[in-house]
Design a protein around this ligand. Structure first.
Ligand SMILES: Nc1ncnc2c1ncn2[C@@H]1O[C@H](COP(=O)(O)OP(=O)(O)OP(=O)(O)O)[C@@H](O)[C@H]1O
Length: 199
């Protein structure tokens, strides 16, 4: 399996954010995506997830499912948490389990130390707790590709260690991760892509 992007261009609001961006990622590899604010890190993740379109080039997942889009084979964890405030922490994950087709809610809760908050209304969680709930989806539903946009924001030291652990497990199982972050991720990335030179 190989994720490959060739000659991508990102235009947003009528302005070229970057052009001629290419990348390649193989099973077990971590890519760290860096660049100044506004250089297009989030936009690139959205292009790969199929949420935005590139005016040029293509993104392919060779060896992936022919019936599913790349977005359907990926977890995209964005800045904004997909947390349903009226539901409990457990119910949020049960929703994602049913919607995405997964997985053991209790195991996902435990992975990010949320078991104690299981019946708590998600709307009342702190920012870091909401981030942990969003990240718990990674454990809940196995997906080969993780697209993580600033995944460490709001995490305390213990939660960062848990994230590092689940990322290591994903890579050990042959998964692929692209993480837009300037924070060390507990291991050297296999691939680095810096959008700093983008126009
Ligand atoms: N919905 C949108 N409509 C128009 N322009 C947008 C939109 N979203 C982002 N942009 C613009 O696209 C450019 C790249 O934004 P993007 O969020 O991808 O950058 P980033 O590298 O992730 O930034 P940051 O480090 O601040 O998160 C910015 O100039 C931004 O203003």
């Amino acid at each position: 399996m190989e994720l490959s992007a060739q000659d991508l261009t990102c235009e947003r609001g009528g302005r070229i954010v970057f052009r001629s961006v290419s990348l390649s990622l193989k099973p077990g590899q971590l890519m760290q995506l860096t660049g100044p604010n506004g250089s297009g890190k989030s936009s690139l993740l959205r292009l790969i997830a199929g949420l935005n379109e590139s005016q040029t080039g293509s993104v392919t997942l060779a060896g992936g499912s022919e019936d599913l889009s790349i977005g359907q084979q990926a977890h995209y964890v964005a800045h904004q948490e997909p947390v349903k405030g009226a539901l409990s922490v457990f119910e949020n994950l049960a929703f994602w389990r049913d919607f995405l087709g997964g997985g053991d809610v209790d195991e996902a809760l435990e992975a990010f130390n949320l078991s104690r908050l299981s019946s708590y209304p998600a709307g009342l969680l702190s920012a870091g707790q909401k981030r942990r709930l969003a990240l718990a989806r990674l454990v809940l539903v196995p997906r080969v590709l993780w697209l993580l946009d600033e995944p460490t924001v709001g995490l305390d030291t213990a939660s960062l260690a848990r994230l590092v652990g689940v990322m290591a497990a994903q890579l050990d199982q042959g998964g692929m991760i692209i993480a837009a972050t300037h924070v060390p991720l507990g291991r050297e990335p296999d691939v680095r892509l810096d959008l700093g030179g983008a126009p």
